[in-house]
Design a protein around this ligand. Structure first.
Ligand code: ADP
Length: 423
């Protein structure tokens, strides 16, 4: 089997899909794994993205899991390693971007890497080391109020320095604009000055394309998903439709939506308006240890599958959501709904569903786990950040297609569009 070119470690599930999607669009064939696989890779691909859930866990645990992922990727022959984090550089003064980078540098025996969350297509740009989200600085973007990783400083060198024992430096825009030779010269100068991690400016895709060649011999790259667009060319790979080719889709179609984000509410409303079969799941009707509601939902859904895609949703507007959360508690409501939707997904797959769209990041995690999927082969994107995937499914005992939509992604007609795109 051909050796893996790029081995990637992502600190969360939907971030991993985002990176995989960018690599596929740049011509690489990509598999995303759920956690560190227990077995060797069984697909012929150019890149693997191992998705962890390490963004906000204890720094030592994040470092340990990342090094485990690294060991697996190296065992598959990965020639370069990519540590992927959020494009808003989500972290606290104790990590986990710095500690994971340090641990990976140690394990790889390298003394230099870059760090840049720049992803111009998503409005994330870095200028003079300051991260912009759209038109405003990071700490004015709403991220200053994030419940787990409040970002109160847009200066990335200042944010990163307390998280790492390496000296942090900057490759600024004036250097990036000059291209590969200037970037390499700047890297040599920073190294001579004892710098171990360089934040890199990029305000356009052209900057990322200029940066790519200068990273060709760097054992470790750390970044958001943006830098990925400049790397496949280093391996002689150009964008091509074959990279996103999946086996032909077959079987019945369904949508499970556990996202209450604004975009998903609009998508559910559009689906209801089209008059297609849909059923709302009432979280207050769910009782732990009692499957009556799940059985009722499946008894309605299974005969309706013959009419085309069926939607089962707990998606609610902010007022209804708050009412349920007040009654059950935020955590309890979330878990109860996720588990119910995951069980419903199992029932639908047992009834022959082989094309499934799931809306919601946490919901996707619960569904993928319940269906026993370990590796997703990444196909063409439906909307930015949301590709169709093919995966061996333990519950189906077969290959099936699945699309995992994080809350705010997708146009209002996303659900209908997803099934149009796959045929
Ligand atoms: P998103 O990607 O939009 O954030 P997630 O699936 O990550 O979606 O998160 C939505 C959370 O809200 C999940 O834990 C889900 O179980 C929960 N949830 C969904 N519908 C309801 C509801 N009607 N009432 C209470 N909680 C809900």
């Amino acid at each position: 089997m051909k050796k893996l070119l790029l081995g990637c470690i992502a600190d969360d599930f939907t971030g991993a899909t985002d990176l995989a999607n960018n690599l596929v669009r740049s011509g690489m064939r990509v598999v995303q794994t759920i956690g560190v696989p227990a077995h060797p890779l069984d697909a012929e691909v150019d890149a693997v993205v191992v998705s962890l859930k390490s963004r906000t866990i204890a720094p030592a645990a994040a470092a340990r899991q990342s090094v485990e992922a690294l060991a697996w990727l190296r065992a598959q022959g990965a020639q370069q390693i990519y540590f992927k984090y959020c494009s808003t550089f989500d972290s606290t003064p104790t990590g986990n971007i710095g500690p994971v980078t340090d641990a990976l540098m140690d394990a790889l025996g390298t003394d230099f890497t870059i760090a840049t969350p720049a992803f111009p297509d998503a409005g994330r740009t870095v200028f003079k080391g300051y991260l912009f989200v759209g038109d405003v600085l990071l700490h004015e973007s709403g991220m200053q109020d994030h419940p787990l990783t409040p970002m109160t400083d847009a200066c990335l060198t200042r944010v990163l320095q307390p998280q790492t024992r390496h000296k942090v430096g900057l490759i600024d825009y004036t250097v990036v604009a000059q291209g590969e030779a200037a970037i390499r010269a700047r890297i040599a100068a920073l190294r001579a000055d004892g710098v171990g991690i360089a934040v890199v400016d990029a305000i356009s895709n052209a900057d990322l394309q200029r940066l790519g060649p200068a990273l060709s011999d760097m054992p470790l790259v750390t970044a958001g998903s943006g830098v990925a667009i400049g790397l496949p060319a280093n391996f002689g790979i150009a964008p091509n439709p074959a990279a996103s080719a999946l086996p032909a889709a077959q079987g019945l179609k369904a949508i499970i939506s556990g996202s209450c984000s604004r975009a998903t509410n609009t998508q559910v409303a559009a689906f209801l308006q089209s008059g297609r079969p849909a059923l709302a799941l009432d979280p207050l009707s769910l009782v732990d240890g009692d499957d009556t509601v799940i059985e009722t939902v499946l008894a309605w859904a299974i005969p309706a599958l013959a009419q085309g895609p069926v939607l089962i949703y707990s998606t609610a507007n902010p007022d209804d959501l708050k009412r349920v959360q007040l009654e059950l508690g935020v955590q309890q409501a979330g878990e109860r709904v996720e588990q119910a939707l995951a069980r419903i997904a199992q029932g639908l797959v047992r009834a022959g569903v082989r094309q499934l769209v799931v809306a919601g990041g946490e919901t996707s995690g619960a569904v993928v786990q319940a269906l026993g999927m370990e590796q997703l082969q990444i196909g063409a994107q439906i909307d930015p950040g949301v590709p169709w995937c093919a995966a061996r499914c333990a519950v189906a005992g077969d290959l099936m297609h699945i699309a995992l939509k994080s809350g705010n992604f997708g146009t209002p007609d996303f659900f209908a569009k997803a099934f149009d795109r796959i045929t």
